[in-house]
Design a protein around this ligand. Structure first.
Ligand SMILES: Nc1ncnc2c1ncn2[C@@H]1O[C@H](COP(=O)(O)OP(=O)(O)OP(=O)(O)O)[C@@H](O)[C@H]1O
Length: 308
């Protein structure tokens, strides 16, 4: 069953269309990544899904409920970690969690929420003395307090060091494995690739790529690069290669297989392929390509407008 259903959702601020007719579903117990450049509409979408904003058109269902109409019921079952949470700076992390517990039905013990967020050692530290990454952890602890069925995480690991980020990934994986549905936005594409089974990439309010993460990446080409041995002409290689300076690049749907073919070919001739690198398609490649296409489209629109 889909835990989150979004149907033809739109939202504008004045004449600016921040979310433009988007639709997607998130299956229960899966992690879904909402990606896109700054201003693409991710946070607005998150706010529409959590009932902080009213849609202009379209509908949202979370656990089959309307986040605005069935607000109390939805809030009781979801955990929300938005950007820029407001904390009281003079309370400690532990006191902040305790106060939040009073408003949270069936809350976890404060110590458990702090532990899950990796903040136990800072329980007695005042909020204003927490680092940026630690404040995000406190946000996470609060989002996890009510043992939510659905978790909304808006850039959960911003400001965290790589180790802390990996700790949060573990927590998210663990929650999803136990059936929690997670919708997250992130600018860290590795994070999305590591955690999410499905994704949507937004650009100017619309979804430009969406679907299963593995299938989306499998449809991309990877590449193999190496130094072309001085005795070899590009045309002699067993696979089509582009050569720039000394470096030859072969594009391939299965870069591991291409590398094997190249190595077998080289070894039969007693040659070494120095600097051999195999790169599978990554979300980053896809993202950069889309950004580039977006800019090209925008420039051509500007030119057309300019000429008109
Ligand atoms: N309250 C508002 N009034 C007017 N414009 C807004 C408002 N909130 C957001 N916007 C605009 O809507 C667009 C989408 O914003 P949104 O915060 O949803 O993007 P985002 O994808 O989350 O970006 P980021 O990655 O920077 O967080 C932006 O151009 C933003 O300036």
């Amino acid at each position: 069953m889909a835990a989150i259903q979004v149907n033809h959702l739109s939202k504008s601020y004045g004449s600016f269309q921040a979310v433009d007719d988007i639709s997607f579903e998130v299956e229960a117990g899966t992690v879904f990544a909402l990606l896109g450049r700054n201003g693409a509409g991710k946070t607005t979408t998150m706010e529409l899904l959590t009932g902080f904003q009213r849609p202009d058109a379209g509908s949202v269902r979370v656990l089959g409920l309307d986040p605005l109409r069935d607000r109390a019921q939805v809030r009781g079952n979801v955990g929300i970690m938005l950007q820029e949470a407001g904390f009281f700076p003079d309370l400690t992390a532990g006191q902040t969690v305790e106060i939040w517990r009073d408003f949270t039905p069936a809350a976890r013990p404060a110590s458990e929420a702090l532990e899950l967020a990796g903040l136990t050692a800072k329980a007695k530290t005042k909020v204003r003395q927490l680092s940026g990454g630690e404040k995000r952890r406190l946000d996470l602890a609060l989002a996890l307090l009510g043992r939510p069925d659905v978790l909304f995480l808006d850039e959960p690991t911003t400001g965290m060091d790589p180790e802390a980020r990996r700790d949060v990934w573990e927590v998210v994986r663990d929650l999803a494995a136990r059936g929690t549905t997670v919708l997250l936005t992130t600018h860290y594409l590795e994070e999305a690739q590591q955690l999410a089974t499905n994704l949507a990439i937004m650009d100017r309010g619309r979804i430009v790529v969406g679907g299963d993460m593995a299938e989306t990446l499998a449809a991309r080409v990877g590449r193999v690069s190496f130094e072309l041995p001085s005795v070899v002409q590009p045309g002699e290689l067993p696979l089509l290669a582009t050569v720039r300076g000394k470096v030859a690049v072969v594009q391939a749907a299965d870069p591991d297989l291409a590398a094997q073919t190249l190595l077998g070919w080289a070894s039969a001739r007693g040659l070494r392929l120095r600097g051999l690198e195999v790169r599978t398609a990554s979300l980053e490649d896809l993202f950069l390509e889309l950004a580039h296409n977006g800019e090209t489209a925008q420039n051509s629109t500007t030119t057309r407008d300019g000429r008109a």
